[in-house]
Design a protein around this ligand. Structure first.
Ligand SMILES: O=P(O)(O)OC[C@H]1O[C@H](O)[C@H](O)[C@@H](O)[C@@H]1O
Length: 290
């Protein structure tokens, strides 16, 4: 087992794909199947600072989403999006090979004051395993085991930044008729998607109740990214739009146009409860269709 507080970046090259993965956050930075430009997007400059989230790639959101949600309302847990993306995960050398990386994180690495923010009283004891399968498709799977003796609930997401040529020419198919929470509107109303694809003209930040496989059609790059998932009752679709995008730290001007986030999510009323001795896996698989 390799434990370290160093900023280690793993450069992966297999016959069918290339990728870069950071041990800090167990964070996939990029992934490209052979012959394609990057599908998992990261900015032109990647900032690595302990205690800060890495922008782009696939941040692991765990064990709460944004500032958390309890009893029907948003809470104020810290750090934002949980400690998963700002922790050094252990790289499991023995369980990994050329195209398969395994990382682990357990409650022992986290302060009890931080841990006390999730669970139903008492400190949750957990063991998280993150598997990354790099090839013609990319699969990321977050398994959380309850190794304590009280149940706990958690929120999680694989906050995937997908590369598009230009967000104006991108749309997400497969959510027609789905209900969603529009977090950009006052009081987060529930809205129903019409029969049209999701397009991006300004800030979009929505939690869709959908377990379906989605397609991100990109007319600028002439390709379709297929996003499938398991163990995640919701999908967040997001682009910050021009004003918020240009104000985002760690992004250069105009870079907000180059990605759409399609996230496999379990949050709010979709949070996961794990009983002692049980586990849950949330996973996402990405591939390209021409
Ligand atoms: O800027 P971050 O802390 O990475 O959060 C980025 C975003 O994550 C998710 O997509 C949420 O739905 C957004 O509300 C949030 O702004």
């Amino acid at each position: 087992m390799h434990m370290s507080n160093e900023m280690v970046i793993r450069n992966i090259n297999v016959d069918t794909a290339s990728a870069m993965v950071s041990d800090y956050g167990a964070h996939v930075l990029t992934w490209a199947p052979r012959g394609e430009s990057a599908v998992v997007w990261c900015p032109s400059v990647v900032h690595l600072n302990e205690g800060k989230a890495i922008r782009g790639g696939v941040p692991i959101i765990f064990p709460w989403f944004n500032f958390g949600f309890e009893n029907g309302r948003v809470t104020s847990k810290k750090p934002k999006h949980g400690f998963g993306r700002v922790s050094f995960w252990e790289f499991d050398e023995r369980a990994s090979n050329e195209g398969h990386l395994r990382y682990m994180l357990s409650d022992e690495a986290i302060d009890d004051t931080v841990l006390a923010q999730f669970g139903f009283g008492g400190i949750p004891r957990f063991h998280a395993i993150y598997d990354i399968e790099i090839g013609e498709s990319l699969t990321m799977a977050l398994t959380v085991c309850n190794v304590g003796n009280v149940p706990f609930a958690y929120e999680a997401a694989l906050h995937t930044y997908l590369h598009v040529g230009d967000v104006d020419c991108a749309k997400v198919l497969g959510l027609e008729g789905a209900r969603y929470v529009d977090t950009t509107l006052e009081d987060d109303p529930i809205v129903v998607q019409g029969n049209e694809a999701v397009a991006f003209s300004g800030l979009v930040d929505r939690i869709y109740y959908s377990t379906d496989t989605l397609r991100l059609r990109d007319d600028a790059l002439g390709r379709t990214i297929v996003i499938a998932k398991q163990g995640a009752p919701q999908t967040v679709v997001r682009n910050p739009g021009e004003r918020n995008g240009n104000a985002m730290g760690d992004l250069s001007k105009g870079e907000w146009r180059r990605f759409v986030c399609v996230e496999a999510v379990a949050n709010r009323d979709g949070a996961i409860t794990v009983d002692p001795g049980e586990f849950h896996t949330l996973s996402q698989t990405i591939s390209v269709e021409r």
